[in-house]
Design a protein around this ligand. Sequence first.
Ligand SMILES: Nc1ncnc2c1ncn2[C@@H]1O[C@H](COP(=O)(O)OP(=O)(O)OP(=O)(O)O)[C@@H](O)[C@H]1O
Length: 272
Amino acid sequence: MLMSIDSISKSYNAFPNPPAKVLHDVTLNIDAGEAIGLVGESGSGKSTIAKCMLALIKPEDGAITYDGIDVIHAKGEELRRFRREVQMVFQDPYGSLNPRMTVEELIGEGLLIHKLEPTAAARRKRVAEIMDMVGLNPNDMDRYTRSFSGGQRQRIAIARALVIRPRILVCDEPVAALDVSVQAQVINLLQDMQKKLNLAIVFVAHDLAVVRHLCEKIVVLHKGKVVEQGSRDEIFGNPRMPYTQSLLAAVPVPDPVAGRARRAARRLETAN
Ligand SMILES: Nc1ncnc2c1ncn2[C@@H]1O[C@H](COP(=O)(O)OP(=O)(O)OP(=O)(O)O)[C@@H](O)[C@H]1O
């Protein structure tokens, strides 16, 4: 087992109201190389779990262990190793990439931070290699991201995460802001990377179709609790909990949040 999340709970301050508990005793495990889907309706706590897994926030109870590292209390070299080996990709490929940096600078940043390549030439070579791997043209290395499409920007975000050879990639709704035609390409890329690099992927989504394609293990969240977890076949073939059944039965409706993000992205694109 590569990462274990053991009975974590998390509350947020809701001043002047008492703190609101949004995770209750959440337990799940991630094995090396496996793709696991975290699904649940909006507000069920998916992003909060993802942030705890990335040590961006700390749960107040429970434990998170990554390859022998106590993630909640890690410091120094252990924390540095954790930060290198567990990477993330976010929903919004427009907001998450600094428009003042070239593609080479964006993708190569992690190499500099973690001092992974000795020279600028070696860094450039590694950036070219990873661009090629994620389906980008290495000749575009000196360009800025404003001229790239949403799907290409998400490939840049994925390259940026993968360049330092992580073992876990936590993706929070990574295709929700993309047009449907591009979503499948990005999912296929993630699947390809998972197999090629033996990468574990934690995929947060409320879109079950997306999760079904990529994830062999699925964890269903409801109001901050894990209500069901199992293999893809178990969850899709024989959902035990009524909540899971209702998620599966839900008629796909246009997602207003993703729709908004898409429209904002298009406006940005036109403005540029
Ligand atoms: N920083 C915060 N401060 C206070 N409350 C928060 C904060 N972040 C999240 N919450 C609350 O915690 C609960 C879980 O939120 P979370 O974002 O983890 O859910 P989610 O399943 O990822 O939802 P979505 O699909 O809408 O992103 C929600 O009720 C949310 O309003």
